[in-house]
Design a binder for this molecule. Structure first.
Ligand code: SF4
Length: 188
């Protein structure tokens, strides 16, 4: 049976494939041990969504589980505003929109389209600055790009040499637990 890939894992993979291994190893560990500041803030940002307390508007759907049989992915959306046909992904802070975050939103979009939802607009929303960042609806070309990225994920060989990028490591929440680097992250 075909295994479905979690949409959030795609973002981790693009950041550093080894972080997926560490995420799985420390998944059951105490939160304070693993969670660095950005993740704690991000988690708090999602609490209202995850507990479905964000909105009582009937046309708004929060924390909906989504999937795509075509792409072989599953995940959860943050917020869908039915009246506006708008899909939103909230982040606590958003200085730059990284490719992995974009792939996450594209993946959510293609899942929802396959499930029959109408979406005309996409956006990221930064809670810390109360700012919306509209994102273009992905094209067929973007879908092909996403599909080949998913294939790269599926065929990744963990035994291959890891390209350690210190600039990423210092912003990695697993940095202090990672055996690939001696550096410390900026959150300690
Ligand atoms: S500390 Fe560096 S090598 Fe280790 S998981 Fe994070 S980004 Fe990857």
């Amino acid at each position: 049976m075909e295994e479905y890939i979690s949409i959030s894992t795609l973002n981790d993979f693009i950041f550093c494939p080894y972080s997926i291994y560490l995420h799985n190893v420390y998944m059951g560990a105490e939160e304070e041990l693993v969670h660095a500041t950005p993740q704690t803030q991000g988690k708090a940002a999602h609490t209202a969504i995850d507990e479905k307390t964000y909105s009582s508007r009937k046309d708004e759907i929060t924390s909906l589980s989504v999937y795509s049989n075509e792409l072989g992915i599953i995940g959860k959306i943050d917020l869908y505003k039915g009246k506006e046909k708008l899909l939103i992904e909230r982040k606590y802070q958003l200085k730059t929109i990284y490719q992995g975050q974009l792939y996450q939103l594209w993946a959510q979009y293609f899942c929802m389209k396959e499930m029959g939802y109408e979406i005309e607009k996409l956006a990221f929303y930064a809670i810390s600055t109360n700012t919306s960042y509209p994102i273009a609806i992905p094209t067929e070309e973007n879908k092909t790009e996403l599909r080949s990225f998913i294939l790269r994920f599926k065929h990744f060989d963990p035994a291959q040499a890891l390209q350690v990028n210190i600039n990423k490591c210092i912003h990695c929440i697993y940095c202090n637990l990672c055996d690939k680097t001696d550096t410390e992250n900026v959150y300690t």
